[in-house]
Design a protein around this ligand. Structure first.
Ligand code: FE2
Length: 521
């Protein structure tokens, strides 16, 4: 089946960076063709439908987020029972939308459209969140869809559903995305050029505080651009789903103990994660430590529904891989038996060849900025026993790849000291020094990847070529890091084909800075 999401070959990897025209973008890669959406003049967003006639009676409707693809509540791969969510946001003015979909541009099926209201940072600047669930889909198929406002077409596009077992997949991962800075836009563009099936966003999805107003300013205008390029961003999220995780910059405010909370009184548009994203809802119904809320939650809950707090932890399958996404924020006690039970149930019940765990705060991090926040080390023995191959993190604004190793904690240490400044867990490393990722490719232990160089200012300058700085007395100077790249922003490309996983790290100029292969024994 041709990959009709794929960018034009002339724009493939390793080409010199250049801007492309709107015509090229629409022809090459959009996944969506946006008809007649024009900027309203305030930066890149919002967009408006132009009036149909010069004397149209009403002003065009403003879009604060153009239609984007979301994974929806799908975990296991079930042929014929797949669904995808198309979401978009507008100014708070009532309108009527229709969403049609099908295997051809004849469509043939109509999705129900839901809408909820979200407050803005002040009382008079909220917006409306629209969603349409496109249901009863097959796996690994490309579907067409069309969104109309009244009789007027807003977008025509297409997407591809999750690939079934036995099918090669490719995805990209990055985190700590920033304020629409140049590095974030370059990463978005080259991540798009890598032709991923989906994106894993390893947290700090938007700065500074995960507010809806920040998603509107810094997230959608970068990952859902109408015109793509290394200085603008890409139409990525209109093409493929984003799987995101909760992180420190996705909550907002501090309580009386200076522990992070979502302060809905101070910021009514906090926790955009739970209202703009639509992720699987198979996490714990009552998480042991959910994202804490302050203030009247009624308006937030009316929009988030059952997504809060359940969407903070979830899992899903894609091709031959199973992904477990955890909330690693400092209010979480990773020694809580409730988390262990959920992890046990989730990872022991999948038949996937590859098990990949995603959370924001790296458990094994030789960087300096967040060295004390390595509380998730206590999970290592369980993840090893349950056959996890790879862990993906963000938080530290660098790329770091570890050697394969197993880790035996001395005990819980300070891991359960929720909110404390130093939660590093001491223990014993058993490092596989023979694995090199090219000739010896079957590791003994887990490889931990920190891919937090997705846009925000970088940490630890000079560390890339100074391995003596990777050693810490707290870990008895154990050399468990294999590669650091801290000089440029970068993202991870992972391809899985049967028993082979290939990982590449690509910098903001589209150069490959690391590559390993992992094979199953
Ligand atoms: Fe972070």
């Amino acid at each position: 089946m041709p990959d009709d999401r794929a960018p034009d070959d002339s724009l493939s990897l390793h080409q010199p960076a250049r801007e492309i025209t709107r015509r090229e973008m629409l022809r090459a890669a959009g996944g969506l063709t946006f008809l007649a959406l024009v900027p309203t003049g305030r930066l890149a967003f919002p967009f408006a439908l132009p009036a149909t006639t010069p004397d149209a009676p009403t002003a065009p409707l403003l879009f604060t987020a153009l239609p984007y693809i979301q994974p929806g509540d799908n975990s296991r791969l079930v042929a014929g029972a797949e669904s995808v969510v198309v979401a978009w946001q507008t100014e708070p003015r009532a309108s009527t939308f229709t969403v049609e979909y099908g295997l051809t541009t004849s469509y043939g099926r109509t999705a129900a459209v839901s809408v909820t209201a979200r407050p803005g940072p002040t009382a008079d600047d909220g917006h409306l969140n629209y969603t349409a669930a496109l249901t009863a889909l097959d796996l690994g198929r490309t579907y067409r869809y069309r969104v109309r406002e009244g009789a007027r077409t807003v977008v025509e596009g297409y997407f591809t559903t999750r690939k079934p077992r036995g099918t090669p997949i490719r995805f990209v991962a990055f985190g700590d995305n920033s304020y629409g800075d140049p590095g974030q836009r370059a990463i978005a563009w080259y991540a798009y050029q890598a032709r991923p099936d989906f994106v894993v966003n390893t947290g700090d999805n938007v700065y500074e505080s995960g507010l809806d107003s920040e998603y509107i300013k810094y997230f959608f205008p970068v990952y859902n651009t109408d015109v793509g390029g290394p200085t603008t961003g890409a139409p990525l999220i209109r093409t493929v789903p984003f799987y995101t995780v909760l992180a420190n910059h996705d909550c907002h405010g501090k309580d009386a103990n200076k522990h992070p909370v979502a302060d809905l009184e101070k910021s009514p548009d906090a926790l955009g994660y739970f209202t703009a994203m639509h992720l699987p809802l198979n996490g714990p119904t009552a998480p042991p430590q959910p994202m804490p809320l302050v203030g009247d939650p009624a308006a937030f809950l009316a929009s988030a529904g059952s997504r809060y707090p359940r969407m903070g932890t979830y899992s899903f399958d894609y091709g031959d891989a199973h992904f477990l996404c955890l909330d690693s924020n400092v209010y979480v006690d990773p020694t809580d038996p409730g988390w262990a039970a959920f992890i046990e149930q989730d990872l022991s019940s999948t038949d996937a060849t590859w098990k990949i765990v995603v959370y924001h705060h790296p458990a094994f991090n030789v960087g300096n900025q967040h060295y004390a926040e390595q509380q998730l080390r206590v999970l290592a023995p369980q993840l090893e026993r349950l056959g996890v191959s790879l862990v993906l993190n963000g938080h530290e604004h660098i790329y770091q790849r570890t050697k394969p190793f197993t880790f035996l904690p001395d005990g819980p240490g300070a891991a359960r000291d929720v909110g404390s400044g130093n939660r590093l867990v001491h223990g014993h490393f058993t490092i596989d020094e023979t694995y090199d990722g090219s000739r010896v490719t079957t590791p003994k232990g887990i490889i931990y990847i920190t891919t937090g160089a997705g846009g925000k200012e970088l940490y630890d300058p000079g560390y890339s070529t100074a391995p003596e700085k990777w050693l810490h007395a707290e870990d008895d100077h154990v050399a468990y890091a294999a590669r650091l790249f801290t000089d440029l922003h970068s993202f991870t490309v992972i391809e899985i084909d049967g028993g082979t996983l290939t990982l590449r790290q690509i910098d903001e100029h589209n150069a490959e800075v690391d590559r390993i292969r992992i094979t199953k024994a």
